[in-house]
Design a protein around this ligand. Structure first.
Ligand code: ADP
Ligand code: MG
Length: 752
């Protein structure tokens, strides 16, 4: 029973007798006293009656008070006692929380997973006919709604961590708000850390709010950099706690200096605030890893028991910290785990295991660990205060992944990972002055993301014009951003009209869980016999290129990349050769060709993930061309078709314009840095001092004319002039007619 729509699976009725038997199980009895201590437990009655009496209930409570684990159980027991049916779906923002919370709740009920409690994630579930509480990701529930729009079979939808304001959660809330009108008996419960509830209260008519009083169960010591910096081991001669500008360990900028009175006297108060913010923002992407290690050492030397949770913005930093930790004298006393969304679930779950006697657990994690999970023995949280997020430049419509300072709300969530099972300490690696400069909340994700994927989802769910539909969101995105997204989908050939109609191609793209542009590349690559190659390309584009360029070695690094490109004039073909070489030659190959082995490993994982999800849509995939040249050519054709409208024309050496008329340059590290007078396709533009094309591929005009979704004939004599957005291209009449025939053929082929 692995069908997606688990809500329509048969479900057994349960009554008071079943509940009584459940409550007598030894596991249940054993866990009950612990549960009774949670602040939420005392609110059970009030919560249940609010949910009975109101269609929507908002529950507020501090981290650790028992929202995530207890509330679904209260509702379940309330229904069972009354002999009413209960099939409750509780969404979690992340896979790891869906799995670990389900596990915990099953344990608290004295059961194993799959009896009354289960989880459902992408390729796995434990749901049986006795299951009444299901934990899943928001994405999974949205997928269910593609075929079960009214959520038939569900009695309660619990949306956890609504304060995070994630893109998919906000989207789900639009759907639920509509659904409540159709299904008066459906109950929706929103759960949130204690934040300003007014946005939600205004959004849902007749919403009732229940606040769970009481703070976290155990005290947490809250420290800033200045509170512990001087206690760190091996500070050497470094003594000042007033001028923490650069790190005593790495000479990198470390924090805003504390000695602001002097600065203020010179600059004046308002200039001072500006200066704090400027310095603070400038150092966002520099994390002093050495400082992190010293804090670990200090904790370890302190001799107290307890696990350490370290937050890092991304994979590279996690690997780096772990590598360096392993080199320390006390490494033997530590059990070190990484936690990252790309690790397989079984590996993620290892963080919950208790360390062997006498050893200390260290978990190095991304924001993934920020909410919903309890790692039992975590006592210390080391928090550099950064996160990595997508930033969207609304002027240029270009998005980029950046390391930025988090908001205070994120900080409180991280603090909340300590002190869940015993007292804890929260080490913030920045100063109190910086804390004051931080935003209270992050901007909702819907306001800082590109929206192509969301718009495609709106279209494929038949929800109307995306621009109109998304106006119903709690924080509606800007019209320009939506228009841009819909335009991009139109150009990809995924939607028609104003974006409300999904094409057969679009329907397929919507099923793949990658950006529609990458999804199209994969779909096209199969019949062109370069699928395996495209899989590598999409994985790299979904993350970052593996090429590194050590200072002073630029020439050698560029030469290595040229070699990898095998004369294809494509950074992407070079990437594929890099991956294939690395798979055989591993570390030695990576060294020889200036490749980051961490990035390679990551691309490899992403590639495996992609392969799994593509199998749901593409059943037969022919093998790639054996001949490298033929394969590279096929690949170029597919890139042309799939990356459209990301096209540039280089009119001079290393200078050009995109189809949308933006001036761009191939990045100096690109294999095409010195090209001129050619067409190229690219995936993304990175904006720093200039607009750089990092991943370009030189193409000929023929594939462009064949594959560009919209090609209009504007003039016909001996030559036919085609218009392609802003560009004009002239072609011999006979060639043009052949071309048009081929285009029709290709269109019919893509559409079925
Ligand atoms: P909230 O959602 O309000 O932050 P939770 O329901 O996740 O709270 O957790 C409440 C408390 O239950 C935690 O503070 C912790 O004491 C305990 N708890 C939850 N999950 C686990 C677990 N997997 N192992 C041990 N204790 C847990
Ligand atoms: Mg929670």
């Amino acid at each position: 029973a692995q069908g997606l729509d688990f809500l329509r699976r048969p479900s057994m009725a349960m009554g008071p007798e079943d509940l009584r038997r459940e409550q007598e199980r030894p596991g249940y009895v054993k866990m009950l006293p612990m549960r009774q201590h949670l602040p939420a437990f005392h609110m059970a009655k009030e919560i249940c009656s609010s949910v009975r009496d109101n269609q929507v209930t908002l529950i507020l409570g501090a981290t650790g008070c028992g929202k995530t684990t207890q509330i679904p159980q209260f509702l379940l027991e309330d229904c069972t006692l009354r002999g009413e049916p209960c099939r409750l779906v509780a969404t979690q923002p992340r896979r790891i929380s869906a799995v670990s919370v389900a596990d915990r709740v099953a344990t608290e009920r004295g059961q194993t997973l799959g009896e009354s409690v289960a989880f459902k994630i992408r390729f796995e579930d434990e749901i049986t006919e006795t299951t009444q509480v299901i934990f899943c990701t928001v994405g999974i529930l949205l997928k269910v709604m593609q075929s079960n729009q009214y959520l038939e079979g569900a009695t309660h939808i619990v949306v956890d961590e609504v304060h995070e304001r994630g893109l998919h959660t906000d989207f789900l809330l639009i759907l639920l708000r509509r659904l409540l009108k159709e299904r008066p008996e459906l109950r929706v419960v929103l759960m949130s850390a204690t934040v300003d509830p007014s946005a939600f209260q205004a959004y849902f008519e007749g919403i009732n709010t229940v606040s769970i009083p009481g703070k976290t169960n155990y005290p947490i010591e809250e420290l800033f950099l200045e509170d512990f910096l001087l206690q760190l081991p091996e500070l050497g001669g470094w003594r000042s706690n007033r001028q923490i500008r650069s790190s005593p360990f790495s000479q990198k900028p470390l924090a805003v200096p504390l000695d602001w009175e002097g600065v203020a006297a010179v600059l004046g108060e308002s200039a001072l605030v500006e200066e704090v913010v400027r310095v603070h923002n400038e150092m966002a992407d520099v994390i002093d890893l050495e400082l992190v290690l010293r804090v670990v050492k200090m904790i370890h030397q302190g001799g107290e028991e307890g696990g350490i949770l370290i937050f890092m913005p991304g994979w590279a930093e996690i690997k780096e910290i772990i590598d360096r930790l392993k080199g320390r004298s006390f490494a033997g006393d530590l059990v070190i785990h990484a936690l990252h969304s790309r690790l397989p679930t079984w590996e993620q779950k290892q963080i919950f295991q208790s360390p062997p006697e006498g050893q200390r657990k260290v978990v190095v994690a991304t924001v993934l660990a920020e909410t919903s999970i309890t790692v039992e023995d975590v006592v210390y949280v080391i928090d550099p205060g950064r996160s990595r997020t997508t930033f969207f430049n609304e002027q240029t419509m270009i998005s980029a992944l950046r390391t930025v300072w988090y908001s205070k709300a994120n900080g409180f969530q991280r603090r909340g990972r300590a002190g869940r099972c015993r007292p804890g300490v929260w080490y913030r690696l920045y100063t109190s002055m910086q804390w004051d400069a931080m935003e209270e909340y992050e901007l909702p994700e819907m306001l800082r993301s590109p929206l192509e994927e969301l718009c495609l989802e709106v279209a494929s769910l038949g929800l109307g014009v995306p621009e109109e539909f998304l106006q119903e969101a709690i924080s509606p995105p800007r019209a320009e951003v939506l228009q841009h997204a819909v335009e991009l989908l139109q150009r990809l050939g995924a939607v028609e009209g104003r974006g409300e109609t999904v094409t057969p191609l679009g329907a397929k793209l919507a099923k793949l869980q990658v950006h529609p542009m990458l999804a199209k590349l994969l779909l096209l690559a199969a019949p062109f016999r370069c699928f395996d190659m495209m899989l590598t390309i999409c994985a790299s584009l979904g993350y970052k290129p593996p090429f590194i360029c050590p200072m002073g070695m630029e020439k050698a690094a560029n030469k290595a990349r040229q070699e990898l490109s095998e004369g294809s004039s494509s950074d992407l073909v070079a990437m594929v050769n890099a991956y294939e070489g690395w798979k055989v030659g591993r570390d030695a190959f990576a060294r020889q060709y200036f490749l980051s082995k961490e990035t390679m490993e990551y691309i490899h994982r992403l590639r495996e993930d992609l392969l799994l999800s593509i199998r749901e849509v593409l059943h037969e995939v022919p093998e790639d061309h054996a001949d490298h040249q033929a394969r590279a050519n096929a690949c170029k054709a597919v890139l042309t078709a799939g990356l459209y409208p990301n096209l540039a024309w280089l009119h001079g050496k290393g200078r050009g314009k995109t189809l949308q008329n933006l001036p761009v340059k191939p990045h100096p590290g690109s294999v095409n840095a010195a090209e001129s007078h050619c067409l190229m396709v690219f995936y993304e533009i990175q904006e720093t001092t200039d607009r750089w094309l990092y991943d370009s591929t030189v193409i000929g005009a023929a594939p462009l004319l064949l594959f560009a979704p919209a090609l209009t004939e504007v003039h016909r004599k001996q030559r036919v002039v085609f218009e392609l957005e802003r560009w004009h291209m002239a072609v011999d009449v006979r060639v043009a007619d052949e071309l048009l025939k081929l285009r029709r053929l290709l269109a019919s082929f893509v559409n079925d």
